[in-house]
Design a protein around this ligand. Structure first.
Ligand code: COA
Length: 697
């Protein structure tokens, strides 16, 4: 029978760790749903459980998790405050001091503090489905309970540097090969752990006292170099490398050193920002009051349009194990699209990213047709045809006629009004937007657009599908450019006005990357091509407010055949292979300034950065005001997952909320002056006041 250890502190929730004796072996079961996060109550429960096992004269103990996993990590909600005793190293010390061997029995996930806890046990056995890892660096800090010291004594330092700095989550089979676990257990995990102890002898075996495996220094150097390069200069990466490198030294001293670094970094700006994003990302996939039980099961899908975007969507659906019918307008276009998908499957196998049998499964799940009749078995179809209202309306009407009544129809439009698109359909409630980002099988972000008529069940199905595809969903209402593209347009407009007013494109790009953006706005334009926005501007020319400031430079670039990288030149010249400022562009900019009557000023990098940020923040406040986004944190999730905004800054609204208000007000004033006629001020102060950053400002 399971009896729970008595908790004697008011904070400890009773039942966080169950205790039972199975013969002379104690079984401690961590039970803190949903993911057994290592909260104070859990830490306390384990310490008490080990004490109870000692009292009961146990000859061994098994530590395991109830429900879906072992332990998903320390409870991140506790990490912004002082940690209550016992901290995780205290718990591990109790386990190490126990006179009997302790086996950690892992299933589901053993991550972060969860894996460290198991490394503090004498042995680890794992169910084959377990994923193990130390993802702390992705949260801005480092493992702080021995991860950087015990892991390398089992795996070697080169592997530990690689695993820790990549925040890797590896399968149990790989963990076995690396020496992180001692055995795999199919079926009854507890039974296997008990048998493991009973078939002993299993002497105490502390990972921190194991001799470091002999290693080639060159391999350690190589792992450190590539980790530093990937780590983009974030301070926690360098610290993790330093600590792992020194893990062959005095274990006591190194554990203390690791803890000190951890304590400092868990309260760093990066860590607060990344924790905020962690919870923001989980919230973004939910809609308050939406009944998710209405979500439909989707396994048979269709995609209309096999262009670049359509192909990416097909690859994403296949990768998630769904079947796909791809529809193209004629046999030739279909053959081109299918052979491009085939080529990418081949390339993935060649690079070792996909097994030959995995590729075979995907091939078998894909079919192509030119007739909508082939879609009759589909539960969801995504259209990715040309971005033109009449074309999309025609496709939707044909889909409505071809699909069974309960099938869901999704449009991948990035700008168009979905409410207008569904006019004329008999069942507009079955339509939603699924706005993928290119390449659709790589980019995490998926805007799930809830049109006026979209039913709750269809919205819930879209969110569930996002999860299945491994995407980060963000829910948007209908509005030009939804969340991401609308904010990006305001950002790009501010960037172009900065150039008109005197900054060089390369100065703006350098300021953006200096802030932490993956790329500057002009380098991005060159990469994606200038012609799509040009076509849109031409369409909008007739309705443009003639008094609004208009930057003619991108039009002039397009007229000169400078459409970006694909034509070898755009905002930059690419003759040498890399982006170079081009005197021809400088001359064209000078002419545009003269034409607009602008006398150029100079801008320092800080001003450029703050103006770009002000444009983003103001536009975000406008769209929150209009209800296009549900919550401010969703904007941060969209920008960090789809637009190269630096994660370690938490997102633009988090950044703004943690900035001094006076500076921000001055930036917004300068923004209003630069935009001039037609500028709309969003309710920035209100939005920021309502944002829970999780820290005192
Ligand atoms: N601390 C506190 N809460 C956590 C947590 C942690 N370490 N890990 C997950 N949770 C919470 C989530 O916030 C979510 O709460 P909610 O239901 O109130 O939104 C809930 O547990 C479920 O997590 P979610 O991520 O939505 O479920 P999932 O099935 O998609 O993924 C995991 C499960 C464990 C893979 C994922 O949560 C995860 O990666 N967790 C963090 C791992 C980590 O970084 N650990 C290191 C910390 S030291």
């Amino acid at each position: 029978m399971n009896t729970h250890v008595t908790q004697d502190t008011p904070e400890a929730s009773p039942g966080a760790v169950g205790f039972a004796m199975q013969g002379d072996i104690a079984v401690l079961t961590i039970d803190n749903p949903p993911v057994n996060a290592g909260s104070h109550a859990v830490r306390r429960g384990i310490t008490d459980g080990i004490a109870a096992a000692r009292e009961a004269g146990a000859t061994g103990a098994v530590l395991m998790g109830a429900g879906r996993c072992f332990v998903a990590g320390s409870d991140l909600r506790e990490f912004g405050k002082p940690l209550a005793w016992p901290e995780l190293p205290d718990v591990i010390a109790t386990i190490e001091d126990a006179p009997f061997p302790v086996v950690a029995a892992l299933h589901g996930v053993a991550l972060g503090g969860g894996l460290e806890l198991s490394l503090g046990c004498d042995y680890r056995i794992a169910a084959p489905d377990t994923r193990l890892g130390l993802p702390e660096v992705s949260l801005g800090f480092i493992p702080g309970a021995g991860g950087t010291q015990r892991m390398p004594r089992l795996t070697g330092r080169a592997s530990a540097i690689d695993l820790i700095c990549r925040a890797a989550r590896i399968p149990a089979t790989e963990a076995l090969t690396l020496g992180l676990v001692d055995g795999l257990a199919e079926g009854d995990l507890l039974g296997a752990a008990l048998a493991f102890l009973r078939e002993g002898p299993r002497p105490k075996r502390l990972a921190r006292t194991l001799p470091p495996p002999p290693e080639d220094e060159a391999a350690i150097d190589a792992a450190a170099r590539s980790a530093l390069k990937r780590g983009k200069g974030r301070p926690n990466i360098a610290e993790a490398i330093r600590l792992v490198r020194a893990s062959d030294g005095d274990a006591e001293a190194m554990l203390a050193e690791e803890r000190a670094v951890f304590q400092r970094l868990r309260l760093s700006d990066d860590a607060f920002a990344l924790r905020y994003l962690f919870f923001a990302e989980r919230k973004a996939g939910s809609v308050d009051g939406l009944d998710m039980t209405g979500a439909r099961r989707v396994s048979a899908t269709g995609v209309i349009g096999g262009g670049t975007m359509g192909q990416g969507i097909v690859r994403a659906l296949l990768a998630a194990g769904l079947s796909v019918v791809l529809i193209e307008r004629d046999e030739a276009a279909l053959a081109t699209a299918l052979s491009a998908i085939e080529a990418s499957l081949g390339a993935q196998v060649a690079k070792g990213r996909l097994s030959a049998s995995g590729a075979e499964q995907r091939r078998a799940a894909l079919s192509g047709a030119v007739d909508y009749g082939a879609l009759s078995g589909c539960e969801l179809v995504i259209e990715a045809v040309f971005e033109e209202m009449s074309v999309k309306q025609d496709v939707l009407a044909r889909l409505e006629a071809a699909l069974p009544a309960e099938a869901i129809i999704a449009t991948n439009t990035s700008y168009l009004d979905i409410d207008e698109m569904v006019q004329g359909l008999s069942h507009p409630e079955r339509v939603l937007g699924l706005h993928f980002f290119s390449p659709a099988d790589v980019m995490k972000l998926l805007e799930v657009v809830r049109a006026a008529a979209t039913s709750d069940a269809v919205l819930a199905s879209g969110l569930k599908l996002a999860g299945k595809l491994g995407k980060q969903p963000v829910v948007a209402r209908v509005g030009e450019g939804f969340i991401g593209n609308r904010i990006y347009a305001a950002y790009r407009r501010r960037a172009e006005l900065l150039v008109l007013d005197g900054a060089a494109p390369e100065e703006v790009d350098a300021a953006a990357t200096g802030f932490g953006f993956a790329m500057g706005p002009f380098a991005v334009s060159d990469m994606s091509g200038l012609d799509i926005a040009w076509a849109m501007r031409k369409r909008q020319a007739a309705t443009r407010d003639p008094q609004a400031r208009y930057v003619t430079i991108p039009d002039r670039l397009c007229e000169a055949g400078r459409l970006g990288r694909k034509t070898g030149k755009g905002w930059y010249a690419y003759g040498s292979g890399t982006a170079e400022p081009d005197p021809e562009v400088a001359a064209l900019i000078d002419a545009a300034r003269a034409e607009a009557g602008v006398s150029p000023q100079s801008f320092d990098a800080g001003t450029i950065q703050r103006q770009l940020l002000a444009a983003i923040v103001n536009e975000a406040a406008c769209l929150l005001d209009e209800g296009i986004a549900q919550r401010a944190s969703d904007v941060d999730v969209a920008l960090t997952n789809g637009y190269g905004f630096p994660r370690w800054r938490g997102g633009p609204l988090y950044w703004a909320a943690t900035e001094g208000r006076a500076g921000l007000e001055a930036d917004l004033k300068a923004l209003a002056a630069a935009i001039g006629h037609g500028f709309r001020a969003g309710p920035v102060a209100e939005v920021l006041a309502a944002l829970d950053t999780g820290r005192e400002v």
